[in-house]
Ligand binder design. Structure first.
Ligand SMILES: [Zn+2]
Length: 301
């Protein structure tokens, strides 16, 4: 389900699984770099990706990040990209205080409405549940309820769940909660897995059947790029190429290409030579960027 309507799995094509188009990440601290709200700039940035052959982009912006479903639908129409939009709640500092007083099933019902009817009466339907986050290195009680609500919305709608967690193996705790609720692990994407840069963590996620999302791909910091490449190589050598997803997580103005950043275009236009150095074929790159996101979004394989 994209913001402009449903498409067939074959239409997904080259896809970025974790990006943001319009958002405001101000709940942590005030910094105008962390606000993306200019449609003209977004258009220019997204067109670099579209002109390089990009077809689909999953915008994991959801509640707490000042989602703007109408603006996302407009830019999807202008760029011709398939844009899939998130639902649910981001992480605890971004939650509306009412969540502490809302039943888990009522949180789930809100997600189900966003997925089946449209977000807040805009008619724009969400197509992914997430990113559902853990703010700390553990899952807080209210974050656990949002995850359980996400699981229930998934069971009702069949839509994939994507998580957020940083600097800790918190993705495994998130998987545990989702599996307790009966979610099929192959419909779970563990976000920011590269940020806890230990192979054992990545392999454990894959062994449990979830997707390992390396969604901070960039070429500004060579240390981080080389570390990600080594971890990608190890995942593939361990036999889990099917579970690997790559994206940029563009979420600040400094990420934009017009400001000297990697933009939405690094993976499609400049990543392959680096992957070639670690022994990947063009076919494997195609698998990671076309087949894997399609399977993650649709449950196919
Ligand atoms: Zn994100």
């Amino acid at each position: 389900m994209t913001v402009t309507g449903s498409i067939s799995p074959e239409e997904i094509g080259f896809a970025l699984i974790h990006e943001h188009v319009f958002l405001s990440i101000l709940a942590d601290y005030l910094d105008t770099n962390r606000v993306l709200d200019d449609p003209e700039s977004a258009y220019i940035e997204l067109m670099h990706y579209q002109k390089s052959g990009g077809v689909t982009l999953v915008d994991q912006t959801n509640r707490g990040l000042e989602q703007d479903p109408i603006a996302v639908r407009e830019i999807a129409k202008r760029t011709g990209l398939n844009i899939v939009l998130g639902c649910g709640w981001y992480r605890e500092p971004f939650y509306d205080p009412s969540l502490y007083r809302t039943k888990t099933n009522d949180i789930a019902d809100q997600m189900i409405r966003d997925l089946n009817e449209g977000i807040d009466k805009t008619g724009v339907r969400a197509g992914i549940i997430g990113e559902l986050g853990a703010h700390e290195t553990w899952v807080s009680p209210v974050e656990e309820r949002v995850l359980r609500a996400g699981a229930r919305a998934h069971l009702e709608t069949g839509v994939t769940i994507a998580t957020h967690g940083l600097f800790a193996p918190v993705g495994l705790k998130q998987i545990d909660i989702l599996l307790e609720e009966g979610v099929n692990p192959d419909r779970v994407i563990v976000g920011h897995a590269h940020d806890y840069p230990y192979h054992d963590y990545h392999i454990e996620i894959a062994k449990r059947g979830a997707f390992v999302s390396f969604d901070g791909m960039q070429d500004e910091n060579q240390f981080l790029l080389q570390r990600d490449l080594m971890n990608i190589k190890k995942i593939i050598q361990a036999g889990f190429i099917d579970k690997l997803l790559l994206s940029h997580d563009v979420c600040t103005n400094s990420h934009y290409a017009m400001n000297g950043g990697f933009g939405y275009n690094f993976i499609i236009s400049r990543l392959y030579p680096y992957l070639q150095e670690i022994g990947l074929s063009k076919e494997q790159f195609h698998k990671i960027m076309v087949e894997n996101p399609r399977n993650a979004l649709t449950g196919g394989n």
